[in-house]
Structures are given as C-alpha cells and as structure tokens.
Design a binder for this molecule. Sequence first.
Ligand SMILES: Cc1cc2nc3c(=O)[nH]c(=O)nc-3n(C[C@H](O)[C@H](O)[C@H](O)COP(=O)(O)OP(=O)(O)OC[C@H]3O[C@@H](n4cnc5c(N)ncnc54)[C@H](O)[C@@H]3O)c2cc1C
Length: 370
Amino acid sequence: MRDAMRRFCEREIAPFHAAWEDEGVVPRAIWRRAGELGFLCMTLPSEYGGADADFRASAVFSEELARIGASGPGFALQSDIVAPYILHYGTEEQKRRWLPRLASGEIVSAIAMSEPGTGSDLAAVATRARRVDGGYAIDGAKTFITNGVLADLVIVVATTEPGAGSRGIALFLVERGMPGFAAGRPLKKVGLKAQDTAELVFDGVRVGEDAVLGEIGAGFKMLMSELAQERLSIAVTAVAACETALEQTIAYCTQREAFGKRILDFQNTRFTLATLTAKVTMARVFVDRCIELHCRGELDATTAAIAKLETTELQFGVADECMQLHGGYGYMLEYPIARAWADGRVQRIYGGSNEIMREIIGRSLEGSRR
Ligand SMILES: Cc1cc2nc3c(=O)[nH]c(=O)nc-3n(C[C@H](O)[C@H](O)[C@H](O)COP(=O)(O)OP(=O)(O)OC[C@H]3O[C@@H](n4cnc5c(N)ncnc54)[C@H](O)[C@@H]3O)c2cc1C
C-alpha cells in the first residue's frame, strides 16, 4: 500500500506541486484520482465507499504526502476529519448521500470552525443559525478554512443560542451553490501555498432539518470527541516531515564542501544532525504508539495533545536547523528545505494552537490520567 501511495505521490503530485503553489489551489482532478486509487476516506466502512481500514492506512498516506512536501492537497482533512463526523453523527440518509462521494473524490469538503473574531475559543462562535420554517437560516463568516475554495460540502459550526456558550453549538452541512453561501479567493499565506485556505461567508443561507449533523446543542461535544484524531493526524505529518528534512539535509551536507571538507565532516554538523536524529527517533516511537492506541480506541485527548504539541514544535526546530545547514541555498524556495520551513510553521498554530495543547495537558495534571 505504501509503495502504491509513494508512486502516486512521486508521479502524479510532485512534478506539478510547484505550479499548484503558483495557482494557490490544487486541481479537482487530483482529488478524483486519489479517490479512484482508493486513497481517500480509507477508514470508512466499504458500504459507504471506504476500505474498512484502520487509521494506519490514512497515516501512511499522510506520511507519503509529507515525504514529497505535498502540502497542497487537503486529503487528510477530508479523510480524517470531515468523513468521521458524518460517519459518527450523521443520519443514515446523510451517510449515504455524502460519504461515497467524499471517498471517490467527486466532492471536496471542509470544516468551518474559526471566525475572524474567534479561533481558540470555539464556544464563542458568532455565526448564528436561526430557526425558520422548515429548518435554519445561517448568518456569519468563517476564516482560514482549509479546502475552502474547492469545498462542495462544509461542516459549519454555528450557535443556535447566542450567549449559551458551548451548550448552544450545532453543526450544519452546507452545500456549494446554496443561495447566500460564498467562498473567497485563496488567502495569501507564509507557506502551504498550494492549499486553498479561504474565507467563507453565510448570508441568510437556508438549510433544511436534514442539514443538521447530530443534535442541536451537542455540537461542542461532537467537536471535542473528534479532535484527538485531528491532532494525531497533524503529529503523523510532523514526524514524517522531520524525517524527510533530515534525509535531505544529510544528503546535502554529504556533497557540499567548505574549507576543503564536506559540511558533514564538521563536528558541529554531525552533532546537530545527531541531536535531531535522536529527537525525531523518540517522536516517531511515541507517534507510532499513539497510532496503535488510536486503532484500539484508547487514545485519550491529553495524549493526542502531547503528540501534537511535541511533534509540531520539533518539526519547526528541525526545519530551522536543517535550513541553517544548507547555508544560503536553504533560503531558496527551489530547495525543499525552504518550503518545509515555511510549511511547517503553521502546524504549531492550527488544529488547536500549541498553547491550547498546553492547557489541555495542564488540566490533566491533577487527575488520574496515567
Ligand atoms: C493555514 C491554516 C489553516 C486552517 N484551517 C482551518 C480549518 O480548516 N478550519 C478551521 O475552523 N480553522 C482553521 N484554521 C484556524 C486555526 O485553527 C486557528 O487559527 C487557531 O485555532 C488559532 O485561532 P486564532 O487564529 O483565532 O487565534 P487566537 O485564538 O486569537 O489566539 C491568538 C494567540 O493567543 C493564544 N491563546 C488563545 N487562547 C489562549 C489560552 N486560553 N491560553 C493561552 N494562550 C491562548 C493562541 O495560542 C495564539 O497564540 C486554520 C488556520 C491556518 C493558519
């Protein structure tokens, strides 16, 4: 499976990724191709178009994408975040309607939590869903939404009871083309240049009862229960990105020379790479353990937060040190390490910022987690 994924990444993504970065978005055809090969939503049951696989299948695909620095296609968001919400909380009709098309890549999806005025404090969302005849009318704006430009289906987090905090949150399935729903152009970012991160606007968007995902008022609980997988998915990408950066840097330092010897032969280079290798090895073992726990349904929120926190901090540290060892070439975008440096930075910010991860871990300290 890994070989097939690697072939797909190397032949059908890597040669085109730079052009997609210029365009700020990946083509829909690559979504359909990933679906055709069976690489999307593999953990879904086969009756909904999946492969009855466990999270390891998704993890291998994320690793292979990270190895070629393919930060554009938001496949993991569709497979590991959106599809599980619909599988776990959708009605039978919602599952039959959406899941097979998510797995085939026929449609692209997004999840819209963050707003211009609030990100970390999810319970404070201002996007409002008002009860109207036959359903709800949604008003508000979301920002930084991954897959936002291409998204045909968006899980929108809104409040039905302003002032009720987490008890007033609900999730809605909003479709492209619904009157009042519009996506902006791709936002200009420091990295992830081929990722179509966008703003979304909801201006009196009318949805029926059949667009409510799960129960009204239970949205916050649903979000919390799915976040462990989202954080693990980020950690998987982080460790693979670290391993790739190290491989590339060792190769570079082996062929580049200064003062009559290879860069690798300076003690500073060897010590730096040795220290990073030791840290990345520890991270790999921890994340593999988290994957095992998750496949058994035993990964708790605190352990997932630890994985997200440590691996994403490490990812940025590794990219920075590896860029340094490349000298001036490391700062040139044609070198993969420059892209890895720019792409890796956001991992500390999204998926719950690392300050929020510390809060989660901190809250567990007085309990009996272990
Ligand atoms: C490229 C990209 C893609 C994204 N994709 C999505 C997506 O698909 N869907 C989506 O909904 N969102 C997405 N986001 C949004 C992302 O999840 C938020 O940016 C993130 O949760 C932080 O929220 P904020 O930007 O509003 O920062 P704020 O919440 O305003 O935080 C600002 C700073 O304060 C810190 N802070 C906040 N609260 C606390 C606290 N209690 N204790 C200590 N420090 C705190 C934060 O850690 C941060 O350092 C994406 C963001 C980016 C950049």
